[in-house]
Design a protein around this ligand. Structure first.
Ligand SMILES: Cc1ncc(C[n+]2csc(CCOP(=O)(O)OP(=O)(O)O)c2C)c(N)n1
Ligand SMILES: [Mg+2]
Length: 894
């Protein structure tokens, strides 16, 4: 405040304000709840009177839970402190020793050091490994904890102290290829399938998946597929990580669906990799506003208990004032530069504040705790979060990056520190009282007390009380009976010349599976606001859209046959326009076999262009999670998806899906192929327990679906089979086709035969990726066994004895058929849809991309010229006859 002379009117006003505040204080003192009501009433009145009242999203920079509302800490503080110190030490020692031994191997020490107490309070008091079921047995899945990926050393160190990982295992941190089990850098269920449940280290994926996991848990409960329990989803999130759109992008879902089974803990150590998260602002304020605005219960844990006493003595509110003057860059410096600096720069601004701390040494000032390092404050926040009903909770915990790591504490470079200096090691063992010598400390010697030590006894007792240990991933054996292929005759028998699309075929197959008495309930259809594109209206009517609050309105189309149906037990997850959210649902459903012991079968249907291209990283994490299910890429194909142009026409999702090791990609042309693939997928994933998933493209072009040729099932699944042999004698050329382009190939076969007397066999290629993978595996075996007889791949065996060049065409990029070029070096000509799409119809698109029947016939003739089988002039003339513009711009560049 400036010390301007005040007018009488101002003095009067100030007096009036004081009176109002006094009156209000009285109400607060008499009845706390009524005071809130009073305030709300005033607010309403003000609005009615047209007074602009901003709604408050942020609160003062203080703990949400005042000291007088705290419950005492229920645990044994000295023993817990001891356990935490040992875990801190072993986590740091593990990274330190490995980097000393193997420079550059990496790892992180400062993230866990900031997170340790937040995790330890959870491990000792909150994280259940199991919950009791109605039978009374402790046999329901426990809490799901998404750990900050870079804090993994701390999680390993705890498992070591618990006796779940031995010293040898710790010594193999980031050494996974040495003939004995190692420890993966970050949480990866693929690499440590008995330990980690949730991959989190690609920032943003953990929080997003956690939200949808909590939602999926409710979905399973509301549909009566799992027992209700107090299970919670805990997501530990970095404050820097909150800048990822994935982290905050779906928080409104949490509030909308009232997910009080969801708790976020944001580790606000104020730093990210390069420096401060918000040097010029306060990240806690920003996050508070975002989460509260989205309807979350926000609990701030800013200051440790040692500040309480200062607050009590500060009658003028100067401490809070000073706190709110500082930005995160200041707070970082206060920790990095020690007690004397804090005294001078923070308290020193006001003489009253300096006086407040005059009885404290610099050392004591330096030790003043932040809330996220105070078990009592954390315990109370977690307890409140557990008790909160009607929505999710976020705990914003202020911490120090590199806490306890001496010269690494709160430095901009903290994140990248992999080793400690001798000086810092010495400081560490003294500060945390670690019983290793200075010499052993330099080598990063691990330390674990005798099993009979009181701290270990306590630690085990706590975990027993909470149902066992975590993280732990257990996969129960699943009884699953796949419907036999001959129950799917409606789809394998052809369409009787009726023109339908593979999408329509799939939707009717889906409806059939949903009715299956054994597995129907397990099917989880997921769609991101594209249901009508795929003709899902009938499915909506059949099984309903999941809506936890049912349908509170009468839909305008209620009198129609296929009305919009939302209900509490609805089976479809209609996600709205969020491919990332849908993928997170796909992940929750695709891993339920492991996490809930329930083999739900997700079918996620979406525009193929907005799949792998858009959510590629989540697909990678899905594979890491050992997820199962079907990604159904609809409106596929750069020329089959007509009209929509460049942003919609997908000609490359099969390139992207081929990069995911556990993803089996298929590009079927006919409904019977699709049915065979889905049936086999169910069998492999759920009955055979293979950790794979499927990517199947489906198209919206209508044509007659043939009946499944006898004996083609194996070829469909392996990727290649002869669909229509040459009509008149032996083929001199082989034509490959996939998806709807197979029809163009069939037309080309006729053109070649009727116009140019060239006979061709036509093959349906359902999966170049699978053909390549098998061929590579065989090739590898041959390479490693030069003394043994050569083995042949399926591709080689199948094509044995076939004659002439191979012209391969699909609605995807040429690099897809090119996957086979190592084995077909001189024979293969790939045709495909490289380049940007255009708005036009299929006829023009196929001509433009040179995958029309005419272009395929032309390419065949051209290749035969090079092989000396056709005269150049004949071919050149043929190209003109076929209407091919030989001087058109290259579509790959156009
Ligand atoms: C998608 C993604 N981008 C970048 C990184 C690299 N990275 C790893 S940790 C990190 C900083 C993390 O900061 P914060 O979330 O605040 O966590 P803290 O270590 O401070 O607890 C970055 C940028 C990553 N792992 N994932
Ligand atoms: Mg951070």
């Amino acid at each position: 405040m400036t010390t301007k002379l005040e007018t009488p009117a101002q003095v009067d006003f100030a007096a009036e304000v004081s009176e109002w505040i006094e009156a209000f204080d009285e109400v607060v003192a008499n009845d706390w709840e009524q005071s809130a009501e009073l305030l709300e009433a005033l607010r309403t009145r003000a609005r009615e009177a047209g007074v602009p009242v901003a709604s408050e999203l942020t609160t003062p920079y203080l703990n949400t839970i005042p000291k007088h509302d705290e419950v005492p800490y229920p645990g044994n503080r000295p023993l817990e402190r001891r356990i935490e110190a040992l875990i801190r030490w072993n986590a740091m020692a593990m990274v330190h020793r490995q980097n000393k031994k193997d420079a550059g191997i990496g790892g992180h020490i400062s993230t866990y050091s900031s997170l340790a107490t937040l995790l330890e309070v959870g491990f000792n008091h909150f994280f259940h490994a199991k919950y009791p079921s109605a039978s009374g047995k402790n046999d329901l899945p426990g809490d799901f904890v998404y750990f900050q990926g870079h804090a993994s050393p701390g999680v390993y160190a705890r498992a070591y102290v618990e006796g779940r990982l031995d010293e040898k295992r710790l010594k193999n941190f980031r050494h996974e290829l040495r003939g004995e089990p190692g420890l993966s850098s970050y949480p990866h269920p693929w690499l440590m399938p008995d330990f980690w449940k949730f991959p989190t280290v690609s920032m943003g994926i953990g929080p997003l998946n956690a939200i949808y996991q909590a939602r999926f848990m409710r979905y399973l409960e509301n549909r009566g597929l799992i027992e209700k329990s107090d299970r919670k989803v805990w997501a530990f999130v970095g404050d820097g990580e909150s800048d990822e759109v994935d982290t905050l992008g779906a928080i409104s879902l949490g509030a909308r669906e009232k997910l009080d089974n969801l708790i976020f803990v944001v580790n606000c150590n104020l730093q990210r990799l390069d420096g401060p998260v918000r040097g010029n602002k306060r990240i806690i304020d920003e996050l508070e506003g975002m989460f509260r605005g989205a309807g979350w219960n926000v609990i701030k844990v800013v200051w440790g208990s040692d500040w309480d006493e200062l607050f009590e003595r500060d009658h003028q509110g100067l401490l809070l004032k000073r706190m709110e003057e500082c930005v995160d860059g200041d707070y970082q410096a206060f920790k990095a530069k020690g007690g004397a600096y804090l005294r001078k720069e923070f308290f020193g601004k006001y003489p009253e504040l300096l006086k407040l701390v005059e009885d404290k040494t610099d050392e004591q000032l330096a030790r003043l705790h932040r809330g996220g390092h105070d078990p009592l404050k954390i315990y109370n926040a977690y307890k409140r979060a557990l008790e909160h009903k009607g929505g999710p909770t976020v705990i914003l915990a202020k911490t120090v990056k590199g806490y306890g790591l001496g010269s690494t504490e709160a430095r901009n470079a903290s994140h990248q520190e992999k080793k400690l200096t001798d000086e810092s090691l010495k400081y560490f063992i003294q500060r945390f009282d670690i019983p290793v010598t200075e010499e052993a400390a330099k080598e990063g010697a691990f330390f674990r007390p005798e099993e009979s030590a009181p701290e270990l006894k306590y630690l085990h007792e706590r975990r027993q009380e909470l149902g066992g240990y975590l993280p732990k991933r257990e996969v129960a054996k699943i009884e699953f009976k796949t419907p036999a292929l001959d129950t799917l005759k409606e789809w394998t028998g052809g369409s009787n010349n009726r023109a339908v699309s593979t999408t329509m075929g799939f939707v009717s197959l889906l409806r059939h599976l949903l009715k299956d008495p054994a597995i129907g309930k397990l099917v989880v259809p997921i769609v991101p606001d594209e249901g009508r594109t795929f003709g899902l209206e009938s499915v909506i009517k059949q099984v309903g859209i999941y809506a936890p609050e049912g349908q509170k309105y009468v839909p305008h189309d209620s009198d129609m046959l296929l009305s919009y149906r939302e209900e509490k037990e609805g089976q479809i997850l209609e996600e709205g326009i969020t491919e990332a959210g849908s993928m997170a649902s796909f992940t929750a459903a695709g891993t339920a076999y492991a996490n809930y012991g329930l083999p739900t079968i997700p079918f996620y249907m979406y525009y193929s262009m907005f799949g792998f291209q858009r959510i590629g990283d989540m697909a990678w994490a899905f594979a890491d999670s050992r997820g199962k299910g079907f990604l159904m890429g609809g409106t596929a194909g750069r020329t089959t998806m007509l009209g929509e142009g460049l942003q919609h026409q997908d000609g490359h999702s099969h390139v992207l899906s081929s990069t995911v090791p556990t993803c089996l990609s298929y590009d079927p042309a006919y409904v019977y192929e699709l049915a065979v693939i889905v049936q086999d997928g169910l069998h492999r994933m759920y009955e055979n327990a293979e950790d794979v998933f499927y990517y199947i493209t489906m198209y919206n072009e209508d044509y007659a679906m043939p009946a499944m040729p006898e004996g083609s099932a194996e070829g469909i699944l392996r990727g290649l089979y002869k669909f229509r042999p040459a009509a008149k004698g032996e083929a001199v050329v082989q034509l490959f086709g996939s998806g709807p382009i197979l029809n163009e190939v069939l037309k080309a076969q006729e053109i070649l035969s009727s116009k140019y007397k060239i006979e061709a066999d036509v093959w349906s290629v359902t999966s170049y990726t699978e053909l390549r993978r098998e061929a590579l595996a065989v090739e590898r075996w041959n390479r490693l066994h030069p003394a043994e007889a050569l083995k042949k791949s399926y591709l080689e065996t199948t094509l044995e004895g076939t004659k002439g060049p191979i012209i391969a065409a699909s609605d995807y990029m040429k690099s897809i058929p090119d996957m086979l070029s190592p084995w077909l070096p001189t024979r293969l000509v790939s045709l495909g849809t490289d380049g940007f799409g255009r708005s036009d119809n299929r006829e023009y698109l196929r001509r433009h991309f040179e995958v029309s029947a005419e272009a395929i016939a032309g390419a065949t003739l051209s290749k035969l010229v090079r092989e000396g089988k056709v005269k150049p002039k004949v071919a050149q003339k043929a190209l003109a006859e076929l209407g091919l513009d030989t001087e058109a711009a290259d579509p790959a560049k156009a």
